[in-house]
Design a protein. Structure first.
Length: 332
C-alpha cells in the first residue's frame, strides 16, 4: 500500500518561528522524491507559509479543525507545532491515519504516533513518551537540511568567506536578539550581513548606516549567504545545523530552553562556540567572543571541519527511508 498525498499539519508565525515549516518541508520533499506524492499543508488562517510554498502542491489556511477530518483513513500525516498536542494525534490514530510527530525536548509530553522525530543534537530519549512500536528518530542523524543546503555542500561551493559575519536569529526573533548583536558588532571593522526573518518585528534596522552593515529581509539566496560567510552568529535552532552541514564556523545563542542541549553538544564537539542563553548575554560578551574568533583563523577552520563531519546533510533522506518502511509495515 502506498500514499498519493503527504498531509502536513504545521504552524508558523512571529511568536513560534518558522522552523516547524522548514523541517517538515524537508521530510515531505524527500518522501515525495521516493513516492511521487502530492504535498498538502494545513495551517492556521494567520500562518505565513510563503517560505515553503515551493514544496507544496496545495496550501489550506483555516481555523476550522474539521478540515483535518477530511483526511482519509490510510493516509500519512506529518504533525509539527507546540499547539498540536496528543489529542490531535490520538484523533488521527483513531481514524487509522499513519502519524509522524515532530517534538522538541518533550514539550508535547505524550506523542501517540508511529514515528517520532527530533533531529537536534543532544536530545535525550527519556524525555519522550510514545506508544509501544513507535520508532524514535532522535538526534543529529535526522537533522532537517533543506535541499538547497545539501546541493551547495555536494557541489563544494563553500569557502572561508571574505571576512563577513552573518547574523541570523531565526524567522521571528521575538526577543530581538538580532538588534543586540548588531549594536554590539557595529563598531567593528567586519562587514555584517544581517538576515531578518519573515516574522521579525524588532529594531535592528535602526543601526543601518552605523558601520558596514547590510540587512536582508527573508532573502531567497539565504543558503548562498550562509555558504559565503566567514563566521555565523546564529540562533541554536535548525539554521545552526544547516550551517554545520555547510562547514561554517558558528557562535550560537540559545533563544529557547529547547535549543540549549543542541548548542552545548555542538560546543563540546568544538563545532561551534556557545555564547549562552539569550537572556544572560550582554552586548559586551557578544563583541568580545566574536572578535576573538575572527582573530583566530585556524580555530575557525577547525570548527568548520568538525561541524561538517558532524552533520552530513542526509537526515531527511535517512528519515524518509524509515518512514516509508514503517508505513509499508503498518499498512499491511
Amino acid at each position: 500500500m502506498s500514499f498519493s498525498t503527504i498531509h502536513v499539519i504545521a504552524e508558523a508565525g512571529s511568536s513560534i518561528g518558522y522552523g516547524h515549516l522548514m523541517r517538515t518541508a524537508s521530510l515531505a520533499h524527500n518522501l515525495k522524491l521516493k513516492n511521487n506524492a502530492d504535498i498538502v499543508y494545513c495551517s492556521s488562517a494567520g500562518s505565513d507559509l510563503s517560505s515553503i510554498s515551493e514544496y507544496c502542491d496545495k496550501i489550506i489556511l483555516t481555523d476550522d479543525k474539521r478540515e483535518w477530518e477530511t483526511i482519509p483513513p490510510g493516509s500519512l500525516v506529518i504533525v509539527d507545532g507546540y499547539d498540536k498536542g496528543a489529542k490531535l494525534l490520538t484523533t488521527l490514530g483513531e481514524r487509522n491515519i499513519f502519524r509522524i510527530a515532530y517534538d522538541d525536548a518533550g514539550i508535547r509530553g505524550v506523542n501517540p504516533c508511529e514515528v517520532l522525530v527530533c533531529g537536534m543534537p543532544g536530545e535525550k530519549a527519556g524525555r519522550y513518551t510514545t506508544p509501544e512500536g513507535c520508532v524514535r528518530c532522535i538526534g543529529h542523524e535526522y537533522a532537517s537540511i533543506r535541499k538547497d543546503i545539501l546541493s551547495l555542500r555536494e557541489a563544494g561551493n563553500i569557502d572561508t568567506g571574505n571576512g563577513t559575519i552573518l547574523i541570523t536569529m531565526g524567522g521571528s526573533d521575538p526577543g530581538d536578539v538580532t538588534a543586540t548583536c548588531v549594536e554590539a558588532l557595529s563598531a567593528g571593522n567586519y562587514p555584517l550581513s544581517v538576515v531578518l526573518g519573515p516574522g521579525y518585528k524588532g529594531k535592528a534596522e535602526e543601526f543601518a548606516g552605523s558601520g558596514n552593515i547590510s540587512f536582508y529581509r527573508n532573502p531567497v539566496n539565504f543558503p548562498e549567504m550562509m555558504a559565503a560567510c566567514t563566521l555565523a552568529l546564529s540562533a541554536a535552532g535548525g539554521t545552526s545545523l544547516e550551517l554545520a552541514c555547510l562547514g561554517k564556523p558558528m557562535a550560537l545563542i540559545s533563544l529557547g530552553k529547547d535549543q540549549l542541549d543542541s548548542a552545548v553538544t555542538l560546543h563540546d564537539r568544538h563545532a561551534a562556540k556557545h555564547l549562552g542563553y539569550f537572556a544572560n548575554i550582554s552586548g559586551e560578551k557578544i563583541r568580545s567572543e566574536i572578535f576573538d574568533l575572527m582573530n583566530d583563523p585556524a580555530r575557525l577552520i577547525e570548527m568548520g571541519e568538525r561541524a561538517a563531519s558532524f552533520v552530513d546533510g542526509k537526515g531527511p533522506a535517512r528519515l524518509a527511508d524509515i518512514v516509508l518502511r514503517e508505513f509499508t509495515n503498518w499498512s499491511l
